[in-house]
Design a binder for this molecule. Structure first.
Ligand SMILES: *Cc1c(COP(=O)(O)O)cnc(C)c1O
Length: 239
C-alpha cells in the first residue's frame, strides 16, 4: 500500500524545487513567491498529511467546502478562496479566509465592503481579471477594472492586495505567458493610479497552476495556486 504522506512529501519537494528554479531563471528571490496548496481534489487525509509537512496556505474553490474543511483541520492553517463567491456566502466566509483571490465584480466587492464594516473585519482580496477573453471565465475585463478603479480607492474596510488571473487551458505552458505578462503590466499601471499607501499593499499577482506555474513565476507571480502536481500518484478510495 502506498503511504500518501510519502507521495505528497515527494511531490511537494519537487514543486518547491521547480518553483525555486523558476525564481533563479527570473533573477527573483525564492521568498518572493508563495505556494498555495489547492486541496479541492484532495481527500481530507491528504490535506492533513500536507499540513503535517508544514504547508499552511491552503486553497479551496468552493466556499462550502472551504468552511467545512476549516472546521475539520484544527492545525493552524490559512485558507484562500480561489473560486466563485456568491454574495449570500460572504458573511459566513469572511471570518474564515486569509485571502479571497476571486473577486470578480464591483457588486461582490461592495457586498464584501458592507459586511466587513458590519463585522469589523478588514478582509484581504485580489481582483480576478479575465484576460483570456473566454466567455466561461469569471472576472473583470481590463476596461471594467479601469472604469471602477477610482471608486475602488474609496473602500474603507476591504484591502485590495493585487490581481489574479487564470490562463486558458493549454498543453503548452508557453501559451499562458502573454496573459501573465499582461496581468503584470496591468498591476503596475493600476498601482501608479493609487495613493502611495494603498499602492504598497497592492503587490500580489496570483497566477500559475500545475500546468503553467513556472512561466507565471518568470512573469512575476507572487502566489501560485497548485493542486494536481501535489496529489499526483494518489488515488481517492472508490466510493
Ligand atoms: C483547481 C484550481 C487551481 C489548481 O489547479 P491545478 O491545475 O490542479 O494545479 C488553481 N486555481 C484555481 C482557480 C482552481 O480552480
Amino acid at each position: 500500500m502506498i503511504d500518501p504522506g510519502e507521495v505528497i512529501s515527494r511531490n511537494l519537494t519537487d514543486v518547491k524545487r521547480r518553483m525555486q528554479a523558476a525564481c533563479e531563471r527570473a533573477g527573483r528571490s525564492s521568498a518572493s513567491v508563495s505556494l498555495v496548496a489547492v486541496t479541492k481534489y484532495a481527500e481530507l487525509d491528504w490535506v492533513r498529511a500536507i499540513v503535517a509537512l508544514g504547508m499552511q496556505e491552503l486553497g479551496e474553490n468552493r466556499p462550502q467546502q472551504l468552511l467545512q474543511r476549516a472546521d475539520q483541520i484544527t492545525a493552524p492553517v490559512q485558507w484562500h478562496l480561489i473560486g466563485p463567491l456568491q454574495r449570500n456566502k460572504v458573511r459566513a466566509l469572511l471570518p474564515r479566509v486569509t485571502l479571497i483571490h476571486s473577486v470578480d465584480s464591483v457588486r461582490l466587492l461592495e457586498a464584501i465592503e458592507r459586511i466587513a464594516g458590519e463585522l469589523q473585519l478588514q478582509p484581504r482580496v485580489l481582483l480576478e481579471v479575465n484576460l483570456s477573453q473566454e466567455e466561461a471565465k469569471h472576472g473583470f475585463s481590463e476596461a471594467e477594472l479601469r472604469d471602477a478603479w477610482t471608486s475602488i480607492q474609496t473602500l474603507q474596510h476591504t484591502q485590495v492586495m493585487g490581481l489574479m488571473t487564470m490562463a486558458a487551458y493549454s498543453e503548452q505552458a508557453e501559451e499562458a505567458r502573454p496573459v501573465f505578462s499582461q496581468l503584470c503590466r496591468l498591476k503596475n499601471e493600476l498601482s501608479q493610479q493609487m495613493p502611495a499607501a494603498r499602492a504598497d499593499q497592492f503587490r500580489h499577482l496570483s497566477m500559475g497552476m500545475t500546468g503553467d506555474f513556472e512561466v507565471a513565476i518568470e512573469e512575476g507571480a507572487t502566489l501560485v495556486r497548485i493542486g494536481s502536481a501535489l496529489w499526483q500518484g494518489l488515488e481517492a478510495p472508490s466510493e
